[in-house]
Design a binder for this molecule. Structure first.
Ligand code: 5GP
Ligand code: MN
Length: 317
């Protein structure tokens, strides 16, 4: 397998980025690689670009160095895209397009490959796990380890989802040898919720409905609701998983309003439904059991369109 450093050794300037609304895997991967390259290539300019990460990721060292203003005159020698396709980079996509060498590292089955060097391994639990394999383990320190650990923990639901492999566990075993307080990290970055996050979760659960003979559960969060509870998109993480945990449900959908007749859709499946295939039909992507897309129109039309495709998949199961 390639080593990331061999692709970057000659670069004097390197930009690292991920996707819009960065999740734990995205933030952990970007920061893990950022800290690694700062150490390995001390003479190079290394910049990490990402929308401002949620406050819970404040435990990652140097996270305040992330640039969330994407305006730059610089043309980078290399750009490393983590956990994303160019379409989903938001403000960083112009920096990507201008960069001389483009490197794509991802684990999404919906990533068709892009750039000059492309490493996409859908069987990997997380981009963070894949990134670990591209690093020299001797060069990893406690701070890098913590960032990668957070990436793996978040994309595996704390080593619980079916994407967790023996290799995932071997890598996390190596990582926790650095001695950081993994128990506290799991509690504070994964499980802990603010009161307002808990309230909107309760509201979304309360107002959910089951469709397709109770095999699909759907909830919609409007902008008014989000204003009432004073929450943003970031505060809705975990709700769709909560919906999926209902007994008998095969598939869960959470839609939240992001603009006029615009909804961000999060889907989860227990395995019978391939939600990535559904998301791709609407310009999104993801994994078999976790995927998303953005839909325009009323939420009723959105639900009808999504459920039509899900019903087709469930028909012979
Ligand atoms: P979430 O529902 O947590 O936002 O996303 C679930 C999975 O689907 C994640 O792996 C995420 O990267 C992917 N995903 C969510 N929304 C989109 C989208 O609009 N486009 C693509 N390509 N992937 C998405
Ligand atoms: Mn990921």
């Amino acid at each position: 397998m390639m080593r990331i450093i061999d692709e970057l050794r000659d670069a004097e300037s390197i930009a690292i980025s991920g996707h819009q609304r960065p999740d734990g895997d995205c933030v952990g991967s970007v920061m893990g690689l950022y800290l690694y390259l700062k150490k390995e290539l001390p003479g190079a300019v290394i910049d990490a670009y990402l929308e401002r990460p949620a406050d819970i990721f404040g435990c990652i060292s140097h996270i305040e160095e992330i640039k969330s203003d994407f305006n730059t005159e610089r043309t980078y020698d290399a750009f490393v895209a983590l956990d994303t396709v160019p379409d989903r980079m938001g403000g960083a996509s112009d920096i990507y397009l201008k960069a001389r060498k483009k490197i794509n590292i991802d684990h999404h089955v919906s990533n068709p490959g892009h750039g000059d060097v492309s490493v996409v391994e859908p069987e990997r639990s997380s981009t963070a796990e894949l990134l670990y394999e591209l690093m020299d383990p001797e060069k990893i320190d406690g701070e890098i380890a913590k960032a990668i650990y957070i990436g793996i923990i978040h994309d595996t639901g704390v080593l619980r989802y079916s994407n967790t492999s023996p290799r995932t566990l071997q890598i996390t075993a190596e990582l926790i040898k650095f001695g950081f307080d993994f128990s506290q990290i799991i509690e504070e970055t994964f499980y802990e919720r603010t009161y307002r996050q808990t309230q909107i979760m309760g509201r979304a659960v309360l107002e959910s409905m089951r469709l397709l003979h109770d095999r699909c559960i759907v909830s919609v969060v409007s902008r008014r609701m989000m204003e009432f509870y004073r929450v943003t998109s970031k505060d809705l993480d975990g709700i769709v998983n909560q919906l999926l945990s209902v007994k008998g449900v095969d598939c869960a959908i959470l839609m939240h309003e992001t603009g006029t007749q615009e909804y961000k859709v999060s889907m989860r499946s227990k395995g019978a439904v391939d939600v990535a295939a559904v998301a791709v039909k609407f310009g999104g992507g993801g994994h078999v059991r976790a995927a998303g897309c953005t839909m325009n129109g009323t939420y009723r039309d959105g639900i009808n369109n999504l459920c039509g495709l899900i019903a087709e998949q469930l028909r012979d199961k």
